[in-house]
Design a protein around this ligand. Sequence first.
Ligand SMILES: *Cc1c(COP(=O)(O)O)cnc(C)c1O
Length: 208
Amino acid sequence: MNPVKIIQSIPAQVTLIAVSKTRSIEEIHEMAKLGISTFGENRVQELKQKYDPAYHWHMIGHLQRNKVKDVVPLADMIQSLDSLPLAEEIEKQCAKIDKVMDVLIEVNSSKEASKSGVAPEEALSFLAACMSFPHLRVRGLMTIGPNIDDQEQIKACFTSVYQLYQEAQARWPQIDTLSMGMSGDYEIAIACGANMIRLGTILFGERN
Ligand SMILES: *Cc1c(COP(=O)(O)O)cnc(C)c1O
């Protein structure tokens, strides 16, 4: 489908992140002409190469502590916060440059061993711990849906994360972002309460 039609079909309350991993700077500029201003990258090296201050950049991939100092000056949000040592490092590097970083707690809702993220039952206690860092602004939760075809199972997974999100919102009024949904499952995610989606393939085309 044509990316313009996809973009137009997204409800106004949902923020669209264009996932630009593996895409060229030229492709990013083309996408920006369609009205997209925020791009998601999952590797620090790629983010550094493509960074353009004209756009907003979200780190969406697993982040190693030794790369945090490179990400912090460039990213507007880190969506993949999944451990206390990582939170401590983001705090330290942000303090150095006097920046407050928006972060999402990544939840491993599909419980697939290959995926990063905190276990759902630990998500809220981890979120609470992250609230104490002065240079972190915890905005909500991020998850990657299960890599399966069964729509009902995907829905169950997203619904469970939405419930966690609502619990978090009830306790902390600053919680306002639920990032879930990719090319294959974003419509289900929006129906389940996502207000941020991360689309790569469906916008840019199949990866080479
Ligand atoms: C690659 C990626 C996406 C986008 O995936 P598509 O299926 O290409 O839309 C979204 N979120 C994360 C964390 C990713 O790594």
